[in-house]
Design a protein around this ligand. Sequence first.
Ligand SMILES: NC(=O)c1ccc[n+]([C@@H]2O[C@H](COP(=O)([O-])OP(=O)(O)OC[C@H]3O[C@@H](n4cnc5c(N)ncnc54)[C@H](O)[C@@H]3O)[C@@H](O)[C@H]2O)c1
Ligand SMILES: CC(C)[C@H](C(=O)O)[C@@H](O)C(=O)O
Ligand SMILES: [Mg+2]
Length: 367
Amino acid sequence: MSNPSLLILPGDGIGPEVMAEVRKIIDWFGTNRGLQFDVSEDLVGGAAYDIHGKPLSDETMAKAQEVDAVLLGAVGGPKYDDLDFSLKPERGLLRLRKEMDLYSNLRPAQCFDALADFSSLKKDIVAGLDIMIVRELTSGVYFGEPRGIFEEGNERVGINTQRYTESEIERAARSAFELAMRRNKKLCSMEKANVMESGILWREVVTRVGAEYPEVELSHMYADNGAMQLVRAPKQFDVIVTDNLFGDVLSDCAAMLTGSLGMLPSASLGAPMANGRPKAMYEPVHGSAPDITGQGKANPIACILSFAMALRYSFDQGDEAGRLEAAIEKVLADGVRTADLLADEGVEPVSTSEMGDAILAALDESV
Ligand SMILES: NC(=O)c1ccc[n+]([C@@H]2O[C@H](COP(=O)([O-])OP(=O)(O)OC[C@H]3O[C@@H](n4cnc5c(N)ncnc54)[C@H](O)[C@@H]3O)[C@@H](O)[C@H]2O)c1
Ligand SMILES: CC(C)[C@H](C(=O)O)[C@@H](O)C(=O)O
Ligand SMILES: [Mg+2]
């Protein structure tokens, strides 16, 4: 049987820096755990624009459709700010999500014990936190038509459209209920049914799907209240399901509960392929961080944890994913910190590659 295939798209800014550490981890699992992957690498975002004149070539898109999983670093950067909208690096990422039909975006926010002191919130509010945000990823205001900037009288008007079909809501809700069943059987759905018709439909469909999961305790919350509750008392939540835009904002908010945006991984999953694996792309929640690019300051943990999610959700290697997560936990407990995680005075930050090496050393100790 051939090895499972991985397409790596490092992208822009700190993307290639954090992905270099993931490659070391992938090699470690090949050498030490017999988990061999056929790894190929390609361009996305500004890096692809620089070579192909567009943020994702059709060839790369076709490759992404064929592999067992895609790992993406980050896209974007000031160099590309003035490009035509259709050529911006972010369009490459959005095309991957849309054409692979990755409708269910899992964004876990977990507070490692060693970082509980480091959150901007009080320790007892975040210690032990382990929540999962399920963000609908292929519809809503990100993709709805009509959209654009149009002339209207003597001024311009910018238009985006929030649009959800029942089936789009239903499949996102179903994936959230399935996750809730495997966790603590508690799901909170967030929308703004008080001001948006799409929110009314969202709430109705989620409630309908919920009837198939009587064991799951379902609640509904307006998304603005949800943002406030995430900061006030985040441990009241277990799984949260929400739309594309609210999910984008709420997951960045949840990131800070864990100490740093540099800690948050994500899995974007679609329908099962012929081999039974879901269509899948794994990427950190953070962006290309132009302010720290090229300085060896980036925290690679979000990207490495994204690979752990790939082991779990694409390759049925939950135990090996746990091994990797435990290695990261150990390194943090030992006080190893990249600059974004530095609270203690007198502690010297490690570089991106030193953090990767420390995780490799902890993996070595695990076997
Ligand atoms: N999935 C993606 O590829 C993605 C996600 C978000 C933003 N972006 C793009 O990235 C560019 C910059 O956006 P932004 O500045 O709003 O968001 P960002 O996530 O790149 O950075 C926000 C802040 O967090 C810090 N940060 C982010 N990741 C870090 C890490 N791994 N280690 C240490 N610090 C980290 C940055 O230094 C910065 O101060 C934009 O072009 C944006 O569109 C891409
Ligand atoms: C870069 C951008 C397209 C993306 C989004 O808005 O979805 C990012 O913010 C994210 O959270 O993955
Ligand atoms: Mg975002």
